[in-house]
Design a protein around this ligand. Structure first.
Ligand code: SF4
Length: 324
């Protein structure tokens, strides 16, 4: 039996206005366009795609770190995109973010004691003594110790700082963690330690992850399902095995053709895409991928393909496929 939906995103749009000068109208950048997906309790859903595809904006919009243009975001059935500040603060306990750059996201002037106890204080949780006890507990859980409590972020390595970032997210006992490129700023040798920590914490604390990454090797390792984004739209979503073994969308096929083979006997041909990623301020008509698509047809230039269900939980936005 499938778990309950924890997060439901429906037709999410996030546009930014850019000024073009005094006498010209503002131009809209469509950073996220009509994105819909569901994340079930306890699973890891990853969003992948080239930089500028809208995956980070989607993550930040879900946590209401930026306002949205339109659409619906439901957390445990409650529509949260219209919540006021007070209700939002209560909800934030349940939805936390782990950022890409652990150094930039930790205030360098604050000790680890302050960084970890502050979220508890802001939410009015526990006495000052209990908050410190909680901070020590969480440090141990992420592989650090009480000894680190009165140190400052600059005294830690990149991997340790990311452990502190994870501890800060975890101290409020969230249910959903949005992790935006959480290991991409770390050395390769440290990346797997942090990934293994995230996997262990997910099991121990029944966490649900929305994982945002351009690293398809990591995504394959940790995800239950994967969503592929291109120029602000979701172009494919499926179970991890289906995405990696039988990608349907031509963009997904090109993206995955760059992933190293898992086995030397595996047959794989690298698909080199022509042209650059178009500007989201001036997206192509029809299917936004058509200028680079090796399989484009005349319909692709005029009609935007909807995200269709092809069966077995695989969704693709491409005119090559009909709905099942
Ligand atoms: Fe290519 Fe057309 Fe499919 Fe877009 S809709 S991915 S252009 S075949």
């Amino acid at each position: 039996m499938r778990a309950e939906p924890l997060l439901e995103v429906n037709q999410l749009k996030k546009y930014y206005a850019i000024d073009q000068g005094l006498f010209k109208p503002k131009k809209m950048i469509k950073a996220v366009e009509d994105v819909s997906f569901t994340v079930y309790q306890g699973e890891t859903v990853s969003l992948v795609g080239e930089s500028g595809c809208g995956k980070s904006t989607t993550g930040r919009s879900i946590l209401r770190l930026n306002d949205i243009t339109s659409g619906e975001i439901r957390f445990k059935g409650t529509e949260i995109s219209t919540l006021g500040d007070r209700e939002l603060r209560t909800l934030r306990r349940k939805m936390q973010m782990v950022f890409q750059d652990p150094y930039a996201s930790l205030n360098p002037k604050k000790s680890i004691r302050q960084i970890l106890t502050e979220p508890l204080r802001v939410h009015g949780l526990f006495s000052p003594k209990e908050r410190v006890e909680k901070a020590i507990d969480i440090l141990k859980i992420v592989g650090l110790s009480e000894y680190h409590l009165d140190r400052y972020p600059y005294e830690f390595s990149g991997g340790q700082r990311q452990r502190i970032g994870i501890a800060r997210a975890l101290i409020l006992q969230p249910e959903l963690i949005v992790a935006d490129e959480p290991v991409s700023a770390l050395d390769l040798s440290v990346q797997s330690q942090v990934i293994n920590l995230l996997l262990r914490l997910q099991k121990d604390f029944q966490l649900t992850y929305l994982f945002i990454s351009h690293d398809l090797g990591v995504v394959r390792h940790i995800s239950d399902r994967v969503g592929v984004m291109y120029l602000g739209r979701m172009v494919e979503m499926a179970k991890t095995a289906d995405i990696f073994q039988a990608p349907k969308h031509p963009y997904t096929q090109a993206l995955l053709s760059a992933v190293p083979k898992k086995h030397p006997d595996e047959s794989k041909e690298r698909i080199i895409l022509q042209g650059d990623l178009p500007s989201p301020a001036n997206p192509p008509t029809g299917c936004a991928f058509h200028p680079r698509c090796p399989q484009k047809m005349s319909v692709c230039q005029v009609t935007t393909p909807p995200l269709r269900h092809l069966g077995n939980g695989q969704y693709t936005a491409c005119h090559l496929y009909a709905e099942s």
